[in-house]
Design a protein around this ligand. Structure first.
Ligand SMILES: [Zn+2]
Length: 335
């Protein structure tokens, strides 16, 4: 995994010239994804009152790069998620990496398209759109996780913050302890979002777990693609934040937190596949991190060191007793 002099670098955010205007018709899909997620997650307060979450996407201003969840009143059952379309646009451009000539995953050509209507799009384009959907689901699920985990109540009561912004307001002044807590909450939201995301991803694969409208060659290929799709999200965040944010773990740490959630998910749902898929996913992550240039994500020693550094997350969870703030959530199965 050491640097290879002949390694071709893939520049994604600059993209192959996709304009914001081309993205506008696709922007509405975020509402479809959001509605589907909420139709399959049943969330209620500890006293059993259903939680209401509204999505508010600003499509007018392409410069608007924002994502956060907040309470809209004192009522602990009503929330909104605010999102700037600029963020979704950057994700869309980044996911075009699958459609580029780079051949991110050369085996894509071995996949079979099952849905006649998609044939004219071509396999690379289908994978680029699939990766964009996975990224959108992750972003929504991360915000929903802040709500489900009760973190908004905690930060309001204990540190007088209204929301945890994905794109930090540099004017805000945080104490070291507030940074430590916020960072742990972000890591925990990623861990939770990773588990939710796998439920939705598996549902998208149909009953044989190999794909609905297209067929992957094997389950190992399925999860290699999944890891690449989420690696693109964190490469995008690396570019947008320049790794400057104080209250988030670094993009490379977040990437491995998400990949780490595969272990718990497979142990519970597909224990026979756990070892094979999880090892492959970690290997794919080292490769994808290098190809997509997520800093500090592909040297094994650095990755191990970062994993140890995240041990403070569990300490914060214990110290804050954040579990007592948590809402109840059930995933409604469609299989
Ligand atoms: Zn967050």
């Amino acid at each position: 995994m050491k640097n290879n002099e002949n390694r071709k670098e893939l520049h994604i955010i600059q993209g192959p010239g996709y304009k914001y205007d081309s993205f506008i018709p696709i922007a509405d899909r975020i509402n479809e994804h959001f509605d589907r997620i909420l139709s399959l997650l049943s969330i209620s307060t500890p006293s059993g009152k259903p939680i209401c979450i509204k999505l508010n996407v600003d499509c007018v201003n392409p410069e608007e790069i924002a994502a956060y969840a907040q309470r809209v009143s004192k009522d602990p059952s009503v929330y909104q998620i605010r999102m700037g379309a600029g963020l979704l646009y950057h994700l869309w451009v980044a996911s075009r990496a699958f459609a580029s000539e780079y051949n991110l995953l050369p085996w894509i050509e071995q996949c079979k398209i099952n849905d006649e209507r998609l044939r004219k799009l071509g396999k690379k384009q289908i994978f680029a759109d699939y990766a964009h959907s996975i990224g959108c689901y992750y972003i929504i699920l991360h915000e929903i996780s802040h709500i489900v985990l009760g973190q908004l109540e905690y930060i309001k009561d204990e540190i007088e913050l209204d929301y945890l912004s994905e794109f930090q307001d540099e004017k805000s002044q945080y104490s070291l302890e507030e940074i430590r807590i916020s960072k742990a909450f972000e890591a925990e939201a990623d861990r939770q979002a990773g588990e939710f995301l796998l439920v939705f991803f598996e549902q998208s694969l149909g009953s044989n777990g190999l794909g609905n409208y297209l067929s992957f060659p094997s389950r190992l290929h399925v999860y290699e693609f999944y890891v690449y799709a989420i690696t693109i999200v964190f490469r995008m965040l690396q570019v947008l934040t320049q790794r400057q944010g104080l209250i988030h773990p670094k993009p490379n740490e977040r990437l491995y937190t998400l990949v780490g959630s595969l272990s718990k998910y497979f142990s519970h749902n597909f224990p026979d596949e756990h070892d094979k898929i999880y090892l492959q996913a970690v290997k794919s992550c080292l490769e994808a991190g290098e190809k997509l240039l997520v800093l500090d994500s592909y040297d094994p020693c650095t990755v191990i060191q970062n994993a140890y550094n995240l041990a403070f997350v569990d300490e914060v969870i214990r110290e804050t007793n954040i579990r007592s703030y948590q809402h109840k959530v059930e995933v409604i199965s469609t299989k």
